[in-house]
Design a protein around this ligand. Structure first.
Ligand SMILES: [Zn+2]
Length: 221
């Protein structure tokens, strides 16, 4: 049985604002979802009992949010996050796309956007990105350029969360994201200087993210 969340349901979760484990409840909210320029009314979300921040959006609410995505918001003010990256980072992304199948160009872009979204919603993911952004690997010669198109709103929000976690630039952020993707898919990138690779703790939920990417690749290709 799949769980259908309902208003009034109670739970526990880590509040991004309180930064600790809190009691939560499900309620209907009118709010601006990540990547939107406009409010969406009456969406069931999980909120912090203490401060009212949104912790998660249950799966069943995604359809309602997408259905209300106005055309204006879809095309609203596209911006980009750019970085110069070491070539192996790009090739790790290519390997992920080859592994899950589908159109490589479309899948690459979908994978990146998925991780950007996860990073903007989850402090745990952003912390993992930060750890990787400062890994010596990210300092290897950056001879490739990568751009991810995102809305201005999403970019502002992402970089705001990133800076709070100590990620100081778009380049650092994207390199951290790419290294997390490589780690999630068990792709080893060796340091450029020949030194031993630094051990990075795995980030819980990797198998769930991989499964999501596999499904996503089938849908978008
Ligand atoms: Zn809170």
């Amino acid at each position: 049985m799949k769980r259908l969340y309902q208003a009034g349901d109670q739970g526990l979760g880590r509040c991004p604002a309180c930064q600790e484990e809190v009691a939560t409840r499900l309620e209907y909210r009118t709010f601006v979802p990540p990547g939107f320029e406009v409010e969406v009314a009456d969406v069931l979300v999980e909120v912090c009992d203490r401060c009212g921040s949104i912790l998660t959006i249950p799966p069943q609410s995604a359809a309602r949010i997408n259905a209300q995505r106005p055309e204006a918001a879809r095309v609203a003010m596209i911006d980009g996050i750019q970085a110069r990256i070491p070539r192996p980072f790009e090739e790790a992304l290519d390997l992920v796309a080859a592994t899950v199948g589908g159109s490589p160009k479309v899948v690459r872009s979908a994978v990146l956007r998925y991780y950007l979204l996860r990073a903007s919603w989850s402090r745990r993911i952003m912390e993992a990105v930060k750890l990787r952004a400062t890994d010596p690997l990210a300092e290897c010669k950056a001879d490739r350029k990568i751009t991810v198109k995102v809305s201005q709103h999403h970019k502002r929000e992402l970089m705001h969360v990133a800076k709070r976690c100590g990620v100081t630039s778009e380049a650092q952020f994207l390199r951290g994201v790419l290294l997390l993707i490589a780690d999630d898919f068990d792709i080893e990138i060796r340091p450029c200087g020949g030194e031993a690779a630094r051990e990075r703790p795995p980030v819980p939920g990797a198998s769930g993210r991989r499964r999501f990417i596999e499904r996503l690749a089938r849908v978008v290709s």
